[in-house]
Design a protein around this ligand. Structure first.
Ligand code: SAH
Length: 243
């Protein structure tokens, strides 16, 4: 069964975009995943096909109208009742690799892309929608965020990535960043590939990789490291401990 992606957007021409190329593009051609773009503007009710209005309380920009969004959302839900609906918003919960894995285990996903100043908040009260962010940055629209999330899902679909194991060792899979990678030439601008990686000793290589993954996570992403070490040796009191 193929993974069904539905995009609710004002810019359907942005899809599949980059996902029409490389691994994702070939997977789309094979039918490993499918793409359905719903034009939010088709649910406008006036002759100007209006989708937005000025912010209540004043301020810059325009806000996507709840009464129009609901039409697009209800249409998508009726077509695919079991797919979760994720709204792209910097106010959402940061998306994680664990959430991506959950999504991939299901029938598909519906992604709601915002524009302008975003959505009328009441849409989130009235419909079962998960608000997700792709990071502490502000994009001009939800489409690149949706492409990111879909890309992360598609590469995990069965048969999409070359080797069945690639993916299981990557950054975030164990709550850690991946170890650094090297390839030939052995020497480049006076720098050599770490000796251990050329030793052929698989146990030593695995130990080196594990230690570098831990060290780099600790230095680069103290937030991940704290969570990782917290999960490993959670104090009974739940109190924080310093590393
Ligand atoms: N006024 C909003 C930003 C709107 S940006 C705010 O300050 O919170 C316009 C649209 O881009 C949003 O509706 C959302 O769909 C998308 N977007 C911007 N940044 C995003 C992010 N970090 N993650 C996911 N979507 C984002």
């Amino acid at each position: 069964m193929s993974f069904a992606a539905t995009l609710l957007t004002l810019y359907p021409d942005m899809f599949p975009g980059p996902l029409g190329h490389s691994l994702a593009g070939r997977a789309l051609e094979r039918g490993d995943w499918s793409l359905d773009c719903v034009q939010i503007r088709d649910f406008a009710t006036d002759k100007h096909r209006t989708v937005d209005d000025t912010p209540a309380g004043g301020g810059a920009g325009m806000v996507l109208k709840a009464d129009i969004l609901s039409g697009a959302i209800d249409h998508a839900r009726a077509k695919q009742p079991d797919a979760p609906i994720l709204a792209m918003t910097p106010r959402g919960k940061p998306i994680t690799q664990a959430r991506i894995r959950d999504l991939v285990a299901g029938p598909g996903v519906t992604l709601l892309c915002g524009r302008f100043e975003g959505f009328d908040e009441r849409i989130f009260e009235a419909r079962d929608i998960e608000e997700v962010s792709v990071g502490d940055i502000v994009l001009s629209g939800g489409e690149p965020a949706a492409l990111m999330i879909l890309d992360a899902c598609i590469r995990l679909l069965p048969g999409v990535m070359g080797a069945a194991t690639s993916g299981s060792e990557e950054s975030f899979e164990e709550g850690l960043l991946e170890y650094p990678q090297y390839t030939r030439p052995v020497e480049w601008e006076g720098r050599t590939i770490p000796e251990v990686l050329r030793s052929g000793d698989h146990a030593k290589i695995a130990a080196w990789r594990k230690s570098r993954a831990q060290q780099d996570t600790r230095l680069r992403r103290p937030d991940l490291w704290e969570r990782h070490s917290g999960v490993r040796d959670q104090p009974a009191s739940g109190a924080r401990h310093d590393n």
